[in-house]
Design a protein around this ligand. Sequence first.
Ligand code: NAG
Ligand code: NAG
Ligand code: NAG
Length: 259
Amino acid sequence: MKYNPFTKLFLILATSSHAAASAILFPLYIYPFQDVPCGGWTDVIDTVKANPNLPFHLVINPDSGPGGLANSQPNSDWTGCIPQLKSANVKLFGYVHTTNGSQPQSAVNANVTTYAGWSASYRPHGIFFDESPVTAGANLTYMQALVGHARSLFGTSSPVILNPGRATDPGYYSFANLILSAENFYSAFSTSQLSFSTSTPASKQAVVLHHGPAVTDSNLVRELVSTDKIGAIFLTSQEYTTIPPDWNNFVNLVQADSQ
Ligand SMILES: *[C@@H]1O[C@H](CO)[C@@H](O)[C@H](O)[C@H]1NC(C)=O
Ligand SMILES: *[C@@H]1O[C@H](CO)[C@@H](O)[C@H](O)[C@H]1NC(C)=O
Ligand SMILES: *[C@@H]1O[C@H](CO)[C@@H](O)[C@H](O)[C@H]1NC(C)=O
């Protein structure tokens, strides 16, 4: 057989991939324009580029949804800054909410359709469904239909994150890429609240905690990232409307524990 340099290159690429690291999941509920264009996001843009091997899932949220009228484009504060967040290690998610399965399906779908209609340079990769339900039965069928609608527009393998903020029926794991099985005040969380199984694997779970200590709890990061190999985490001493003051240290801890 003749030597084929392309086959060789492919083998090198295929075998050099790292073990999957935990991602950082930032509910980036920050208006991009602060003092200067994109000033509210500068620290995130810089950190993403400085950590090219670490996956980042960033949730874009203009106004508890895409903002504006149905099928509209966002204003230039968004269209100018979202492209700066995009990078090979970033997945961007458009925010919608289901209020525990009580939002009309048509209302959620309309917002998803609006995000999908954004021009390619600032369109998200997929959807983040906040306040998603947890029970089997009608709520599960509803959520599956919403995700089906999103994937019909963003692509059949487009990423989907569900945020019930607590444990769900395992059925939700069959169609979600990631589920926030805990979203809480830092002081109300314990790792004993998490449960992992083949149908609810750690790699598909995320933990997001707010109002934590000023300096990130490095033992908790190590447990979630090194021991549990959780899919994604976010820890902040604040709410989601500011960059955590300890942001760079937090990211460095996740990076170090992902080795
Ligand atoms: C849809 O988006 C609008 C505008 O951002 C928002 O006010 C509304 O709450 C959203 N509804 C849902 C169900 O996501
Ligand atoms: C969803 O239901 C849970 C459990 O009943 C409740 O704690 C929570 O406040 C509800 N969330 C919303 C957005 O209605
Ligand atoms: C989901 O469950 C909640 C709480 O039981 C209920 O109010 C809501 O109507 C359900 N939604 C659907 C789509 O079945």
